[in-house]
Ligand binder design. Sequence first.
Ligand code: NAD
Ligand code: UDP
Length: 318
Amino acid sequence: MGLESSKRVLVTGGAGFLGSFLCERLLAEGCEVLCVDNFFTGTRHNIAHMLDNHRFELLRHDVCFPLYVEVDEIYNLACPASPVHYQFDPVQTTKTSVIGAINMLGLAKRLKVRILQASTSEVYGDPSVHPQTEEYWGNVNPVGVRSCYDEGKRCAETLFFDYRRQHNMPIKVARIFNTYGPRMHPNDGRVVSNFVTQALKGEDITIYGDGQQTRSFCYVTDLIDGLYRLMQSSSDFTGPCNLGNPNEFTIEELARTVIELTGSKSKLVRKPLPSDDPRQRQPEISKAKEKLGWMPKIPLREGLKETVKYFEDRLRTA
Ligand code: NAD
Ligand code: UDP
């Protein structure tokens, strides 16, 4: 750990969309950061601006294999997150969630340090309770195309709580709802990156199904603030804790807003709805408000403007 006194924090999946913003935030808080990533969906480009920082270290490693390092805190974010990416190699997705969690929990147990799991609103599946509270157990298909991710993440939550019960470990579980912003992967197939790139290229905007399904979109820096606060929260608060923006929009509303903000001439076209696509999703965040003093601040239009700028730059330099 060296003689320096700053906290040394491990971020798995640190070269990804959320991970790279978390690394930045931790550096800004004065921490040393060990970013671990196998670059399955993450890129060196996302973290290039941190490589010169002497408090930032990068390690190419797959969390499905044990990791022997010395750190004071662990954020476990490693896992492909978009349906296109996690369905590309579904067996690997489940392995990353489950074996990755076992390896990182084992590391945390040896070091006796706090560990935070990036879980997901997908643990609620296609929810029959709306908005979703942490007490809701979910409605998940165990054998569908989303199951590798949904059930993998559910099993990871189980492991976190069993390590807590069996070994009294200081765990934190965040259930993250749809998050968007700069550094989203342009080909991840997620709705915000798809719509923004389609609008900027003047291509058709692909609405799956009738476009009346809903999502609640949280801007990335708001979400990272929630993760950071959760890690710092009182040791008796384990979560699961919903983190997301409760403002709910239909997918068609999102498409129209993107067209307006980009001034695009793109047309809306309908495509088939992927199977097991949740009909509605909105986080109930009173726990995060009460326990973390957290709530999202950035409205959708403002966050979308930043996201559009990012994709404009990418397209210009591509
Ligand atoms: P992302 O794909 O950009 O980042 C995931 C990172 O994990 C990538 O850098 C990838 O290369 C890395 N990774 C994948 N498998 C790995 C492995 N076996 N070993 C080491 N690294 C590996 O996705 P993201 O949106 O930044 O998501 C980060 C975390 O947050 C994920 O765990 C995801 O499930 C969770 N989450 C994200 C959202 C969202 O809307 N972005 C919503 C809910 C949950
Ligand atoms: N979606 C869409 N067009 C696209 C991509 C996604 O209509 O080009 C829809 C998708 O069917 C889903 C919603 O947008 O109803 C959010 O999809 P995303 O993949 O971003 O995330 P998730 O379904 O995991 O919330």
